[in-house]
Design a protein around this ligand. Structure first.
Ligand SMILES: Nc1ncnc2c1ncn2[C@@H]1O[C@H](COP(=O)(O)OP(=O)(O)OP(=O)(O)O)[C@@H](O)[C@H]1O
Length: 321
């Protein structure tokens, strides 16, 4: 960790290399250490490469002091040389994923909408290699498939994660002097699984298996993403050929590799009205058994009042009255 400032600036420079002169980038800033370090590096890079840099803070209204925090973050960012901060208020009290999940979904929607509104070419997020490794470990512990194990993408639409290849320690060692980062109390609260992975599981893995474990987990994420992309594309192609909303020929489904067939069945069930958040791997496996191990059973009930049935050589998803 000889030159953390250089490492962070290089990572930001590379992530922004394709932007045209005069383009605007926004740093998504929570006020935490990672996004403050990212903001400082982005201000430095933008100042030397003809880009405009601003910042955006999302106020979820979840923590009582969040408005005050947003104000002090804004002041710190202006001090780092970024344009005045855009603060966006979102309502995270509704949604299917609990307060944290709803806040995350609302945040990504708000960040993307803000980029469109201000004409920004990219919004930068401060996720690090440690965040990626934690996500992979949490996915492994849940028995996730390659899509979940692929963690966070370095690019997704307008969102970019320049620090995904850097350890959190490097990012924090490059923190600018002056602003005091705000620490989200959840980060250290070991009642949360992610905090336990961060403070207890990953350190033990590194002590026992070597310091390269986090980078290895991040590599797993990259490999899993490539596999998941290929399998998803194949499933899409199958559905494009047979049609998403009609009956699915069982003979055709039975010949597909299981990983592709599961994806086809999941997509078809969602297209027919089963909510993606409620449709589990066990539901999909039960529908799969109608294809591969059918012994005349009547059908499978699915979330959203849907029923999967097999008759006359085709599989159908129908809404139950
Ligand atoms: N309220 C928010 N407003 C704007 N951006 C946010 C907000 N919360 C999180 N982000 C963005 O998402 C990234 C990851 O946030 P998260 O809370 O998962 O991780 P973190 O390790 O606590 O990061 P940080 O130290 O920057 O808070 C942040 O670095 C930031 O870029």
């Amino acid at each position: 960790m000889a030159h953390p400032h250089l490492d962070v600036r290089r990572a930001v420079r590379m992530a922004l290399a394709d932007l045209e002169d005069g383009a605007t980038v926004l740093v998504a800033c929570s006020g935490g250490a990672d996004s403050l370090s990212l903001a400082a590096a982005t201000a430095w890079v933008a100042g030397r490469s003809g880009l405009r840099a601003g910042a955006v803070c999302v106020d979820h209204g979840l923590q009582p002091r969040s408005a005050e925090r947003a104000r002090s973050t804004a002041a710190a960012l202006c001090g780092l040389g970024l344009d005045p901060v855009v603060t966006v208020h979102v309502d995270a009290s509704h949604g299917p994923d609990g307060p944290e999940g709803n806040a995350r979904a609302a945040r990504y929607t708000a960040l993307t909408a803000t980029a469109t509104r201000v004409g920004a070419a990219a919004v930068l997020l401060g996720h690090t290699l440690d965040d990626q490794a934690e996500t992979v470990l949490l996915g492994l512990a849940r028995g996730s498939g390659p899509r979940s194990l692929s963690g966070m993408a370095d690019r997704s639409g307008v969102l970019r994660r320049p620090l995904l290849g850097l350890r959190r320690g490097v990012v924090r060692a490059a923190l600018p002097a002056g602003p005091t980062p705000w620490e989200d109390p959840h980060n250290d609260d070991v009642t949360y699984a992610r905090a336990r992975v961060r403070h207890r599981v990953l350190p033990v893995l590194e002590a026992e298996l070597g310091p390269g474990v986090a980078a290895a987990l991040a590599r797993t994420a990259e490999l899993a993403r490539a596999d998941a992309d290929a399998l998803d594309a194949e499933a899409e192609a199958v559905l494009a050929a047979v049609g998403t909303d009609g009956p699915l020929p069982v003979d055709h489904l039975a010949k597909l590799p299981r990983a592709v067939r599961w994806r086809v069945l999941r997509r078809a069930a969602i297209a027919a009205g089963s909510p993606a958040t409620d449709l589990t791997a066990a539901h999909v496996a039960a529908v799969d058994a109608l294809v591969t191990a059918w012994r005349g059973q009547a059908g499978i009930d699915l979330p959203g009042g849907l029923r999967a049935t097999r008759r006359d050589g085709v599989l159908r998803f129908t809404a139950q009255r």
